[in-house]
Design a protein around this ligand. Structure first.
Ligand code: HEM
Length: 115
């Protein structure tokens, strides 16, 4: 169990740094859409509005995965420490909630047509 906890903590920490990177990419690509000229110049012409839009949309799903991993692992480890008798129902609830949120992101980003 201790080994699994250590692996979960490692996954949560790696996810947190990838999430933080994702937040920076989301903000800069967002500026690439609203402040195109500034980002185009700052990137030496690498990122125009179309590329910024593609990056901005493309980073949403990975960020959702990293956010869910980082937050839900930390919430579960906290539950396990403070209320060990509910650790399995809590795990089931967290996994179900994570699956619903991930599905919602995939549906909104890749399935549902805009508008
Ligand atoms: C965009 C949102 C977030 C980002 C970018 C983020 C980023 C980070 C980073 C970089 C760390 C340090 C990881 C390390 O020690 O190597 C961390 C730790 C932590 N975060 Fe977050 N975090 C976010 C949201 C949250 C939320 C919403 C929660 C709580 C529900 C949370 C709970 C924690 C906890 C408990 C730790 C300490 C875990 C440990 O010691 O391993 N974080 N976070």
């Amino acid at each position: 169990m201790k080994l699994m906890d250590n692996w979960l903590k490692r996954i949560s920490r790696i996810s947190s740094w990838l999430l933080l990177t994702g937040v920076v990419v989301l903000v800069v690509s967002g500026w690439g859409i609203t402040q195109t000229g500034a980002i185009f110049n700052a990137t030496g012409g690498l990122i125009d509005r179309r590329t910024a839009d593609m990056i901005h949309r493309g980073v949403v799903l990975p960020m959702a995965v990293f956010f869910l991993l980082h937050v839900f692992i930390n919430i579960w480890l906290k539950f396990k420490r403070s209320r060990p008798w509910v650790k399995y129902p809590a795990a089931a609830l967290i996994l179900a909630l994570g699956a619903v949120i991930l599905w919602l992101v995939i549906y909104m980003e890749y399935i549902r047509l805009g508008g």
